[in-house]
Design a protein around this ligand. Structure first.
Ligand code: SF4
Length: 352
């Protein structure tokens, strides 16, 4: 079992972030914020997928005006994603943001930062200080060798945190993102040793979902396994529901998220397979859609590992020549012809 790093607990609306609370999955909307109906629809999809916080970009005045209306229409606390503009930050806070994300790389004026801090304090809005390696480069740091960039990112965070703390504000979440897996791990380890604020984990600009999933799982999985990370977002181009599902998979694999849907175990297949395992597994996956119980279902191509996996599964199919053995909680309950496997599974699933 993973021991979480001890942190302060902060509140984003009703959601607690920190080691005393479960790790919070979040994602971002990817439709124009001013298109309120689409934005609300996407937020609801994200909530349905498991997000407990949703972030929205508010680059213009029209966006913060839309944000104020969206806050009223959804049940989930919202985070306003701010770059460059203190005005947008203050408007979003006044509009009801549970949390705002500030980028130290592009909001640098001290007076402006203090105005934001005072507004956040007054409205009890949490703040994520989110440094990004790309923003560090925007500060003409492109000549800095990659191995020194983590030190620079930490320095940026320290400066910002000091400003907030000097103003008596501690409702902070910290993050530092890079598109590089190893630097993401390194900077977050440094943050965790330097501060006791909750940490938001993510690998930025990770790519298309199929390219983003392994680097994201390695970066976040490594940190989470060390107890580092209190809220996570997988970043991938495309549907944010896919990001959310990837976040859930990472947390579930580490035992940090309670599975609410069936888990399908499938043998990788080899020359011993007595059946088209992949085709059968795809058919089984289809009949599991919509089941909201954390069942473990196994599809095995032969008897080499079949009974072993079946022992740990609620339901298992173990193929043999032209037939299959059905196991329930490790006990063989039926032998069926190949074309009767799906009906037999459906019948048993209804009883579970
Ligand atoms: S269960 Fe059988 S078919 Fe599947 S990988 Fe193992 S040995 Fe091969």
């Amino acid at each position: 079992m993973i021991k979480r790093r001890k942190t302060r607990t902060i509140k984003a609306g009703r959601i607690l972030i920190g080691s005393s609370a479960p790790i919070v999955i979040q994602s971002m909307t990817k439709v124009p914020t001013v298109d309120i109906a689409r934005c609300v629809r996407q937020i609801n999809q994200l909530v349905g997928a498991g997000c407990r916080l949703v972030r929205i970009a508010v680059p213009t005045r029209a966006d913060t005006a839309a944000f104020a209306k969206i806050v009223q229409k959804v049940s989930v606390p919202l985070i306003a994603d701010i770059h460059f503009s203190a005005e947008r930050a203050i408007e979003a806070i006044e509009a009801g943001a549970a949390k705002i994300r500030l980028n130290p790389g592009n909001i640098k004026n001290r007076e402006n930062i203090i105005r934001i801090i005072d507004a956040a304090k007054m409205h009890k809005t949490a703040v994520r200080i989110g440094v990004n390696e790309a923003s560090i480069r925007d500060l003409k740091m492109q000549d800095v060798p990659p191995q020194k960039r983590t030190a620079l990112m930490l320095k940026e965070i320290k400066k910002y945190v000091r400003l907030f703390e000097n103003r008596g504000f501690t409702q902070l979440v910290l993050s530092a993102k890079s598109s590089d897996c190893l630097r993401t791990i390194e900077i977050n380890r440094l943050i965790s040793k330097t501060f006791d604020y909750p940490i938001h984990l993510g690998l930025t600009h990770a790519g298309l979902p199929e390219d983003a999933q392994i680097p994201s799982a390695i970066a976040m999985g490594t940190l989470l396994s060390e107890g580092i990370g209190d809220t996570i977002r997988v970043s991938a181009a495309g549907d944010p529901v896919i990001e959310t599902n990837m976040s859930k998979e990472i947390l579930t694999a580490l035992g940090l998220y309670e599975r609410q849907a069936p888990e399908l175990i499938v043998c990788p297949t080899c020359a011993r397979a007595e059946i088209d395992v992949v085709r059968l597994a795809r058919r089984v996956k289809k009949i599991l859609v919509g089941i909201d119980k954390p069942l473990r279902i196994a599809v095995m191509g032969c008897i080499v590992n079949g009974p072993g996996e079946a022992a740990d599964a609620d339901l298992a199919v173990c193929a043999a020549k032209n037939k299959a053995f059905i196991y329930k909680s490790g006990k063989k309950i039926a032998v069926v012809a190949e074309n009767k496997i799906i009906p037999a599974l459906l019948k048993e699933l209804q009883k579970l």
